[in-house]
Design a protein around this ligand. Sequence first.
Ligand SMILES: [Zn+2]
Length: 176
Amino acid sequence: MSKQGKIKNGNNKAKHTKLLNQKKNKIREAKALNKQRLKALITKSNLYKQDCSCGSGKLYEDCCAIAHKNIELVTTAGQLMRSRYTAYVVGDIEYLMKSHHSSTCPIKEKKEILKWTKSVKWLRLEVLNTAKGGVGDTEGTVEFKAYFEENGVAAVIHENSKFNRENEHWVYLGEL
Ligand SMILES: [Zn+2]
């Protein structure tokens, strides 16, 4: 074998090793992604069997999960308010957008909201007052307190929220 041939073989070997490593890395990444997906799925199925964060005393699957799956099944403004709180807790940003009136929806801050809600620890929801917002109403208000912890500091959102209907379901309009 000539000297040149040896070098060439050496180069081929290096190239081969590189390709093999790339392939290995790809498989490793795919496996990690699968593991992540599985973990998310298990967490989600566990969540369904847990008490709903809105404080109704029902399981999540029998409470706000119904709203999160189909917003049209929400019959009152109070229910929508509770389901929005729970959406903050579980980080369901799509539901938070969908349940917001289009004229006031913070669609541009979607990413920031998701990041923020995932960073805080939601503690509990207290519904203080509701006015109108029933099955036959077109608008209503709900006063609530949402307790959370941000960077270890206790905080509360106290708001009297206005709700009305859009696309034939309840939506959050904003603070009264
Ligand atoms: Zn609930």
